[in-house]
Design a protein around this ligand. Structure first.
Ligand SMILES: CCCCCCC[C@H](O)CC(=O)SCCNC(=O)CCNC(=O)[C@H](O)C(C)(C)COP(=O)([O-])OP(=O)([O-])OC[C@H]1O[C@@H](n2cnc3c(N)ncnc32)[C@H](O)[C@@H]1OP(=O)([O-])[O-]
Length: 729
């Protein structure tokens, strides 16, 4: 039992601020105090080493507890320090952990919050680990393009075996306390006050030898199977990594854990140095910080549109109009966040289908509780009292205007009206209401309950309060909200336009859909443009082109040259598929064919024949197109559109574009996003010169014309970060 009297701070705070030193009789408690996540900045490392040394010197001290102050046990190395002088300053994390491991007095890590990365490595270097039930542990370094470089690849397999270590480290998953206990990663789960419990536990183990508690001295339990385990895991890891080098490098380090500890540590250090100096690690760290930085939004249009000053309205209940795929996904997200939802659908069958999907998707445990927050209706008057409505009807301006007129007359005057549109003009929708200041675009991505991106569109009259409310709602429901301006397609779909168009032009010249998809997937996308089109439904784009007058259900509009529309080059291959009823996966055929019940895209001789005949008819000569050309011709125009978007102020910062693509379009994270990739991986000058060269070859592909901003930046040597507003990066 801990004497509560001893719980008053006796210690001086000479290592205060970053690692506080306190004594409770024979126990020293070192509390890391570096908000918000107690990361191991230089001062924390120094504080811990000083504290450990002081505890060793004091004969009255018999055990040491390490814990985190505030919300968490250390969540890892200070990533902002990477690449700076303080990252290399001694003591480094390895020497802190060596001092813990070799301490003759037992060291207990007492975990609450999230012990991640270097934090969990510190816990593994300790002789005992306690955790509160809500704690989570893990080694998520792979998401930052590196490996657990403070012994994590060597100590974890010594506890859980190579197989589980590979699984944990290559996925970077966080493990709950209970599972950590069953894996032997924590020794005890403690209820109640962690400090008291930890001090009491530390007293109970004083005097016991620490040698057999040192993980570094243990052997890997499944060491003899290491080759077999690695072989079995390799294929899946490489496929999942999609070009990221960190996962397989982590495996190489884990493989070395069967060697003597010091040899394995040396191997870990070498592999860490390899990753740290690769171009992928900074890209992934940029992605990590950008995901957080977009929360500090602002817009050049109006200085009141700024996260610092704009106050969101409190939203307790939300109406959702439309129980199609999007409306249902949005409803699920809102219910999962504990919000009250009124789901309106005028078609009874559709409504019933929607309710069934919602019930099935919500987790068994909380389904009835979540479902009690849902009201369903076919009557607009049920929306009279909600704080906000998200319209998710079919993508038609006429229909959306009708819905907004009704919503404006029925909902309370202060209610916010949001449209889940993927590209329609928010100002036109707002214009049919008497409250354009309360109208905003909220573009969710399918499946809306899974995809993390929420593109929030600021209309001409949208107030700062309204946009703040949309951004806040995104956070509440676990989305990554990005603020963008109003233009056709907003940021994401506008940039996708030239990408998809150029992909189809590649078919004219000799590529097959699978050639283009393969090149884009090798670049790192989960799906190339043709597989993606088949998944989303080819009719979406077709309907859009019909609405714009570019085509009709029967073929090209009368008196139109076959390969041109309004003076621009046009390829009708996608329209031809739709006219044959090939709308993608849902009809069993699109750019590919699909066996009943299967999602596997199979090359289709029918499509290949159609493309061949088309080439013949229009005099295109087939040639072999390299993967590099495919990647450049699809991605550089997309990037170029990003520069137009920045130039027009549709996105305030390049990171808003990057986050949009990382979270909404499956852009490979290890390349940082399209704008980061353009600047830091390829180089702006090279992008510009390639666009110029392709433009010379294809003068009527208008989007290959380099953006004036890109030209200007190359000429002046300006960086993208220098353009941004409010950026802390
Ligand atoms: C010889 C050399 C040897 C080198 C050895 C190093 C080896 C080691 O294995 C490497 C590591 O540990 S790598 C690290 C491995 N660890 C990880 O990868 C863990 C990464 N972190 C996370 O997963 C989440 O932040 C938490 C789950 C910790 C908290 O989630 P939440 O409650 O939703 O909160 P939130 O909004 O997410 O964050 C709040 C604020 O903290 C900031 N920040 C956070 N972590 C940071 C860090 N490590 N650093 C700096 N900053 C970090 C974050 O940016 C944000 O700042 P803002 O200014 O307010 O925007």
């Amino acid at each position: 039992m801990v004497n509560t009297m001893t719980l008053t701070w006796e210690a001086t705070r000479e290592f205060a601020v970053m690692a506080e030193y306190s004594t409770y009789g024979s126990v020293v408690v070192l509390q890391v105090n570096n908000p918000p996540v107690n990361s191991f900045s230089y001062h924390v490392r120094q504080g811990l080493v000083d504290g450990l040394e002081k505890a060793q010197r004091d004969p009255a001290i018999r055990s040491i507890v390490i814990m985190g102050k505030g919300r968490t046990f250390p969540a890892g190395a200070d990533v902002r320090e990477f690449g700076t002088a303080s990252a290399g300053m001694m003591p480094d994390l390895l020497s802190v952990l060596a001092a813990v491991d070799t301490s003759p007095k037992p060291v207990v890590s007492a975990i609450h919050g999230t012990a991640l990365g270097g934090g969990f490595e510190l816990a593994l270097a300790s002789h005992y680990r306690l955790a509160v039930p809500s704690a989570r542990v893990g080694l998520p370094e792979v998401h930052l393009g590196i490996l657990p470089g403070a012994g994590g690849t060597q100590r974890l397999p010594r506890v859980v075996g190579v197989k589980t270590a590979i699984q944990m480290i290559t996925t970077g998953q966080h493990i709950k306390a209970q599972q950590a206990l069953s894996l032997g990663l924590v020794d005890k789960i403690v209820q109640g006050d962690l400090l008291k419990e930890a001090v009491s536990f530390a007293r109970s183990i004083e005097g016991r030898p620490v040698e057999d508690r040192r993980i570094s001295q243990k052997t890997v339990p499944d060491a003899e199977k290491v080759g077999e385990v690695v072989d079995a895991a390799r294929k899946t890891i490489i496929r999942r990594a999609r070009g990221a080098i960190a996962p397989m490098t982590c495996v190489q380090a884990i493989q070395a854990s069967v060697l003597p500890f010091d040899v394995g540590m040396q191997r870990e250090r070498e592999l860490m140095a390899f990753l740290m100096t690769s171009w992928q690690a900074p890209a992934q760290q940029y992605a990590f910080f950008s995901e957080r930085e977009v929360r500090r939004w602002s817009h050049p249009r109006d200085k009141r549109v700024n996260f610092k000053t704009a106050k969101p309205r409190v939203i307790k209940s939300v109406g959702v109009v439309g129980a199609g795929t999007m409306g249902v996904g949005i409803t699920i997200s809102l219910l999962q966040a504990g919000l009250k939802v009124v789901l309106l659908e005028v078609n009874k069958k559709q409504l019933d289908r929607g309710i069934t999907t919602i019930q099935k998707t919500l987790s068994q445990k909380s389904a009835s509780q979540r479902m009690s927050l849902l009201t369903t209706t076919m009557d607009y008057s049920a929306l009279s009292d909600v704080d906000m409505v998200i319209e998710a009807v079919f993508e038609s301006m006429r229909l959306k205007k009708e819905v907004f007129k009704k919503l404006d007359s029925i909902t309370k005057p202060q209610a916010i009206l949001a449209s889940n549109t993927s590209g329609l003009d928010i100002d036109k929708i707002a214009a049919v209401t008497k409250r354009p200041d309360k109208v905003v675009g909220t573009h969710f991505f399918a499946p809306a309950n899974i995809m993390r991106l929420l593109e929030n569109i600021l209309g001409k009259h949208t107030s700062a309060e309204t946009i703040a409310t949309a951004m806040q709602l995104g956070t509440t429901i676990g989305k990554v909200g990005v603020l963008v301006g109003n233009c056709p397609g907003f940021v994401g779909n506008r940039m996708l336009g030239p990408y998809v168009t150029e992909a189809v032009f590649l078919l004219e010249e000799g590529a097959d859909p699978q050639d283009v998809d393969k090149a884009i997937e090798e670049f790192g996308f989960a799906m190339g443009p043709f597989r993606m089109g088949d998944l989303s439904g080819l009719d979406i784009g077709w309907r859009g082109r019909i609405e714009k007058g570019l085509t009709t259900e029967q073929g090209p509009p009368p008196a139109t040259p076959p390969l041109y529309r309004r003076g621009n080059r046009y390829c009708p291959l996608a329209d031809m598929l739709c006219m044959q009823g090939r709308l993608g996966q849902k009809t069993g055929a699109g750019w590919y064919r699909y066996e009943p019940g299967s999602r596997a895209a199979l090359p289709d001789p029918v499509v290949q024949q159609m493309i061949r005949e088309y080439r013949q008819e229009h005099g295109f000569k087939k040639r072999t197109i390299s993967s590099q050309e495919i990647v450049e011709r699809c991605l550089y125009p997309l990037i170029n559109e990003g520069f137009h978007i920045l130039d027009e102020g549709i996105a305030a910062r390049s990171m808003d574009i990057d986050v949009t693509y990382l979270f909404g379009y499956g852009w490979p994270r290890h390349t940082g996003g399209p704008m980061y990739y353009a600047e830091k991986v390829v180089g702006l000058e090279k992008i510009l010169r390639s666009l110029e060269s392709y433009q010379a070859q294809y003068p009527d592909h208008h989007y290959l014309q380099p953006s004036p901003l890109l030209r200007d930046m190359v000429a002046k040597g300006t960086s993208l970060a220098a353009l941004g507003t409010d950026s802390k990066l």
